[in-house]
Design a protein. Sequence first.
Length: 383
Amino acid sequence: MKRLGILSTHPIQYNAPLFRMLHADDDTELVVFFSKTWDQVKFDPDFQRDITWDIPVNDGYQHKTHDASSCRGRKELYLAIQDFSPHALLIYGWNFPGHLHIMRSFHQKIPIWFRGDSHLLDAKPNWKKIVRRLWLTWIYRNIDIAFTVGSANEAYFRWCGLRTNQLVRAPHAIDNQYYQEKAPQRLKEAAKIRLELGILPTHKVILYVGKLEAKKNPEILIEAVQNLSEKYHLVITGTGPQQKYLKDKTSGNQQVHFLGFKNQSAMPTIYRMADVLCLPSTGPNETWGLSVNEALACGIPVVVSTKAGCSKDVLIDESMGTAIEPTDLEAFITAIKRYTQTRPNPQAMREFTTRFCYKALINKIKLQCHSIATKPSQLSSEL
């Protein structure tokens, strides 16, 4: 049995099912190390509220929490990982307190694996590109393998100096089964919510899911629906800094509906209200856009910005949606008209859920575990 350590900031709704599946694997002994405490992460500044997920995010796997923002906390985190003596350490992100320190401390002692979703899709001045590349090349010298989430992410790691044999494609995924189960019941619930909002069965729903902030560009969807007939409605799910501005802008508009923040248990129903999901982000740093995965898992086509990392990979069939420039209003209107009239091809959807799933990532992790030495380095004597 191989011991795998994972370093992440805190329990995240997208990672918890993956950690539980790894914990249940007979070939892997897993410990997840968190570098932030609950008090440090419970308030989300973008959602502008405390966030408590209503699905289990820290159950079903072994984990330890440390406050790596202090020198003492970083030392305790380091010692906890050393005591576990993993055969390999998978680190989620380097730009968090303690993560780069851990990466550098254990590099060349045990295999350091990395998971991040950065890309090069955002425009930057040349001087910033040069400085960024020098800095990131130095950082990524401290890892052995990067599990890349998609083609844009893979191009980023190549740009940062990683070689082909250091890149393992393991696409970003969600818990597809969670979003696909209870479909008939959730469709009925979704229809009820639509009627409560005054949306007739013959009307079309454009769905936005995410934080209400400038880089997400939700305003362009308001402009789009204002240029469409009254049978089109925009349902906005989420909160954030632009909430008041957007509500004021649409005051009295019967076609725009604000649902506010919705927790994870409600989202499979919310997606089924929609005829199309739109992710119009301009960036910077729309690293992937997992709402796209969630919508597709529910059988909803998507219109996604070319600035989102997922736009390069998830649209494996034309019926699933399209990627367009985030400032092109006419293109959004055209795409909305098209994709509110159709549904993704079932065969393409089966391929999507097979390719973009937790099992695919777990299989890649297990392959790497099988390739390393059975006995880990003697960390206690070397570190």
